[in-house]
Design a protein around this ligand. Structure first.
Ligand code: FMN
Length: 232
């Protein structure tokens, strides 16, 4: 199983520890790649829209490519982000912005529709849910059919401060989550993804995409007809 971890923080704190714990407990043979943000992609989207005509036009293409190639080759993606001001971390949000051409509304990648993902977030007290939602929404629009999440309030600023009782509960939770992620079947593509994909196909067909390049892309993949990325 190829696993890619995307950390929305450079430091190895509580969120990082929980993400690693889950990976360590996955029973299958693993090949693990990790990226830290902003260390491995220290940029914000400039809003230049050059990527609409082709990903290679992004001013940050080379750095982004390293991460996205690993993501596209992975079976399981694990995103970790501490909760910052009731949301995902800014580097995580910046990463999401830099991948917007992967969304179904633009040029979704076929291989996304067979992946699983997990989003992990910790907070001191509250906000994990909205932090997780920031990432989950993006992954849904990338086309990932199975997205699990784990959010936990730690009442702590770092892993050492987390109480023994909390750590015990986290041990149990991470064992359960890792079991679910091990040896799974190919994920089922749900009705919401199918519906949105169909709407996007209708939109591209009518020439209402952001560029003729997008329509060409959909056409080349056969998605303006009956072909679907999860089927063919
Ligand atoms: C800039 C900043 C903003 C934060 N905002 C929140 C918040 O909105 N809600 C919350 O409960 N904790 C908040 N926290 C606390 C962290 O989410 C919490 O300590 C988390 O477990 C840290 O994870 P880490 O060890 O992986 O960095 C914030 C911390 C920082 C540094």
């Amino acid at each position: 199983m190829k696993i890619v971890l995307i950390h929305g923080q450079n430091h190895q704190g509580s969120t990082y520890h929980i993400g690693k714990m889950i990976v360590d407990k996955i029973e299958e043979k693993k090949e693990v790649t990790e990226f830290f943000l902003p260390r491995d992609l220290n940029h914000f989207c400039l809003g230049c829209y050059k990527c609409i005509e082709g990903d290679e036009n992004c001013p940050f293409y080379e750095e982004k490519r390293t991460i996205m190639e690993a993501i596209e080759a992975a079976d399981l993606l694990i995103f970790t982000s501490p909760t910052y001001c009731l949301r995902a971390s800014a580097p995580m949000k910046s990463f999401i912005d830099l991948t917007f051409t992967y969304w179904m509304v633009h040029r979704p990648r076929k291989n996304m529709f067979t992946k699983k993902a997990l989003v992990v977030s910790t907070a001191a007290g509250q906000g994990m849910k909205s932090s997780i939602k920031d990432v989950k929404t993006a992954l849904f629009y990338w086309g990932i059919p199975s997205i699990k999440s784990y959010g936990v309030a730690l009442q702590a600023m770092n892993w050492d401060m987390v109480s023994a009782k909390k750590k015990e509960r986290i041990q149990k939770d991470t064992t359960r989550i890792a079991k679910k992620l091990s040896y799974g079947q190919k994920p089922f593509v749900g009705i919401k993804t199918r519906f949105i994909f169909k709407m996007m196909a209708v939109m591209q067909s009518a020439g209402m995409g952001s560029s003729p390049v997008e329509k060409e892309y959909w056409e080349k993949n056969g998605w303006l007809d009956k072909k679907r990325p999860w089927r063919d």
